[in-house]
Design a protein around this ligand. Structure first.
Ligand code: ADP
Ligand code: MG
Length: 348
């Protein structure tokens, strides 16, 4: 007769890690989302060997107090939600309280953090198994640095799936490009093996975030072609708002590599969205060509369920049909109105 026994906590975390930690880019995603949730205005990502050797994310966010540090590394502990109703209207990127313990179960992790009212920071390290003791004092500006070494050093099966340094770096870059497009108010820097890959200043405060990112950031991340063919868009219907940039059909691509769609600033892949966009472009695109766009859909958080996918790349709209039709109409109308490239409307 089979024996049923509870799994050891370490193994539980490693199972959870299987869902959220696929490669260095997924670690970067979780750490950077934490920085954004902490209100950071500057995020510095420093990686070695495509992130396989080392990933460091440093922010100037609110930090974590000494007595909370150990909790940050424990499973299902979060400062972001406390009840089901919080979950139903979650506004932060994180809420599952799983990322740090998951990462810590498949890599060596060190966290140094300081809140604004502490004279110095506190450091806590974990080596993939047991959490190492109590926090020790450490020098740090207000904010948090998380360093992750030797991803999957204790999970050989997973390690085998890592690709070359170049491929892994490519994934990290692509991820950060997506995040930086949506967060113009944040300064971003990526370094790889000590070399700066990009260093993007924060946009001017006070304006709308997407406009804040400005044409400068679009140019840096998507290139001159997109900027030259970009149309600005801003449409509102009751509590839905769609804004951002769409490229004129002349800038259509042979692949869907310039399609960025954010729901409440979270990048998502969604069939309903893809369908609405495709339909709007239907009459103006040749078969097999893909439109380029950076679009932000804003809607009340209760209208969208983000708790669908562990990595939160999928969402579910409560009013799917209505959302689809709104997207279609907004895009269709903008495309029909046609040529006012963003440069000519002075949005620089
Ligand atoms: P979640 O983000 O789902 O809450 P995580 O495991 O990613 O779970 O993080 C656990 C907790 O640690 C967070 O809820 C937050 O309070 C704290 N934390 C993690 N990273 C940071 C950071 N960069 N700055 C401030 N607090 C952080
Ligand atoms: Mg998180």
């Amino acid at each position: 007769m089979p024996t049923i026994r509870p799994l050891p906590p370490q193994l539980i975390n490693q199972i959870a890690a299987g869902e959220v930690v696929e490669r260095p880019a997924s670690v970067v995603k979780e750490l950077v989302e934490n920085s954004l949730d902490a209100g950071a205005t500057r995020i510095e990502i420093d990686i070695e060997r495509g992130g396989i050797k080392r990933i460091q994310v440093r922010d100037n966010g609110v930090g974590i107090g000494r007595e909370q540090l150990a909790l940050a590394l424990s499973r299902h502990a979060t400062s972001k939600i406390a009840s089901l109703s919080d979950l139903e209207s979650v506004a932060t990127m994180g809420f599952r309280g799983e990322a740090l313990p998951s990462i810590a179960s498949v890599a060596r992790l060190e966290i140094v953090s300081r809140t604004a009212d502490e004279p110095h920071g506190w450091r806590l390290a974990s080596d993939g198994s047991e959490q190492a003791g109590a926090p020790a004092p450490a020098a740090h500006a207000p904010g948090t640095t998380v360093e992750v070494h030797d991803l999957f050093f204790n999970v050989p099966a997973r390690r085998k799936f890592l690709r070359t340094e170049k491929t892994e770096l490519g994934h990290v870059e692509q991820l950060l490009r997506r995040m930086a497009l949506a967060r113009g108010e944040v300064a971003w820097r990526l370094q790889h093996n000590g070399r700066t890959v990009f260093d993007l200043p924060a946009g001017a405060a006070g304006k709308d975030d997407w406009a804040t990112a400005g044409v400068g950031r679009l140019r840096a991340l998507l290139g001159e072609g997109f900027v030259a063919h970009g149309l600005t868009l801003d449409e509102q219907a009751v509590d839905l708002r769609l804004h951002g940039w769409i490229a004129q059909p002349a800038f259509a691509r042979s692949q869907g590599d310039m399609q960025f769609f954010y729901v409440n600033r979270r990048l998502v892949r969604d069939k309903l969205v893809t369908h609405a966009v495709r339909q709007a472009y239907q009459d103006v695109l040749h078969h097999g060509r893909h439109p380029a766009y950076v679009l932000f859909l804003e809607l009340p958080s209760w209208q969208v369920d983000v708790n669908v996918h562990p990595a939160k790349q999928e969402v579910r709209f409560r009013e799917g049909r209505q959302t689809h039709d709104f997207l279609f109409r907004a895009l269709h109308r903008r495309l029909a109105a046609g040529v006012e490239p963003m440069l000519s409307v002075g949005l620089t």
